[in-house]
Design a protein. Structure first.
Lengths: 200, 152
């Protein structure tokens, strides 16, 4: 083996991270990033938050599923999805305040495009449930326009892409049992405790 | 279906930045890298074949490097400041790459892609917009010129 060929195989040292960060800022300024995402370390574990130009579109409990979450967003929204924490500063600040008990409502704009039809109605009704209060699945179904669609309302809440911010944890069974929660009932209990909701 | 662009960036940003550093020097590489990523993002949703994203990115990067070289050639520069053509690549990339930087454009790209990138000649041709035999020739001519100057 010739020595010049060995020399040519040695890796050129470059600062990929810094260059990538600057490239992303420029891409964002050029308007070619459709979905920006970031991480948030919450008391309930790592969250992945993602926003389009319309608003916050996803908040997900990561739980080792980051790849699937991102692939799904790429498929359903746009493959131009990039790690751009700065675009989520507002959301991260509000989450911080919420988890430390200093915030009782979220003011960031939301992007509802991942919800359709009755699901969207149920989630929009859920978004209006005040901090620290609980309502029944039947009540949410009624507010969404179909009091008999209790099961459908439950499914809609189960597909909520914006838990915590769209507070599906405030929906419980008639009679006070917690009902279900994506990511486990312990999280639902934690959130209701945090908000000082009346325990069943 | 395309993977999230962040994954594409994580997988190939290093190769693209090294390629640009080798063919146009550190100073210009940074700007070309940004232009490459912006152009790639612009084209990404309409890309029909995502089976070789590395070659696709390197192809865009090569075009951006050519654009930058043209801009540099056109830009009015005070005579005293006109650098030796190698100077652009001279900023401490490494001795052998300084020599590569003095090669004609197609040869430096071909030499990098062959040795540092480990690409097959067919892909090198695709990236540099030439035939496979032409890519092979560029690598061999580049290597021949380098051997004459290389003093390890």
């Amino acid at each position: 083996m010739n020595r010049i060929e060995d020399a040519l195989r040695q890796e050129i040292e470059v600062d990929v991270r810094a260059a990538s960060e600057r490239a992303l800022q420029r891409a964002d300024a050029a308007g070619v990033v459709d979905v920006a995402y970031a991480h948030f370390d919450s008391p309930l574990g790592l969250l992945l938050i993602a926003a389009t130009h319309a608003g916050l579109v996803t908040l997900a409990y990561v739980e080792d599923d980051e790849e699937r979450i991102l692939a799904d967003l790429a498929h359903r929204l746009s493959p131009r999805i990039l790690l751009l924490p700065r675009r989520l500063d507002g959301v991260r600040r509000e989450l911080d305040e919420y988890f430390s008990g200093r915030r009782t409502r979220f003011d960031q704009p939301l992007d509802w495009s991942l919800a359709r039809g009755f699901t969207e109605k149920v989630l929009r009704a859920t978004a209006r449930i005040p901090y620290g209060r609980v309502v029944s699945y039947r009540e949410v179904a009624t507010r969404a326009g179909n009091e008999r669609a209790v099961r459908a309302a439950g499914r809609a809440l189960g597909s909520n892409r914006l838990p915590i911010v769209v507070p599906c944890h405030r929906v419980v069974r008639t009679g006070g049992a917690l009902g279900g929660y994506t990511g486990g009932l312990a999280k639902k209990e934690f959130l209701l405790d945090l908000e000082g909701a009346p325990s069943p | 279906m395309h993977p999230p662009f962040q994954q594409v960036l994580d997988d190939h940003a290093g190769d693209v930045l090294r390629f640009l550093t080798a063919i146009c020097g550190r100073l210009e590489a940074e700007d070309c890298f940004q232009e490459t990523m912006v152009a790639a993002l612009r084209a990404y949703p309409d890309l029909t074949d995502s089976s070789n994203l590395r070659a696709w990115l390197l192809t865009i990067a090569h075009r951006k490097a050519i654009d930058a070289a043209r801009r540099r050639a056109r830009a009015p520069v005070p005579v005293a400041a006109v650098p030796d053509r190698a100077a652009a690549t001279d900023d401490a990339v490494g001795e052998v790459w300084t020599l590569v930087g003095r090669l004609p454009p197609k040869q430096k790209g071909a030499v990098f892609l062959r040795f540092a990138g480990g690409l097959p000649y067919r892909e090198i041709g695709a990236v540099l917009d030439c035939s496979e035999p032409a890519a092979r020739r560029s690598v061999h001519e580049g290597l021949k010129a380098l051997r004459e100057e290389w003093k390890p």
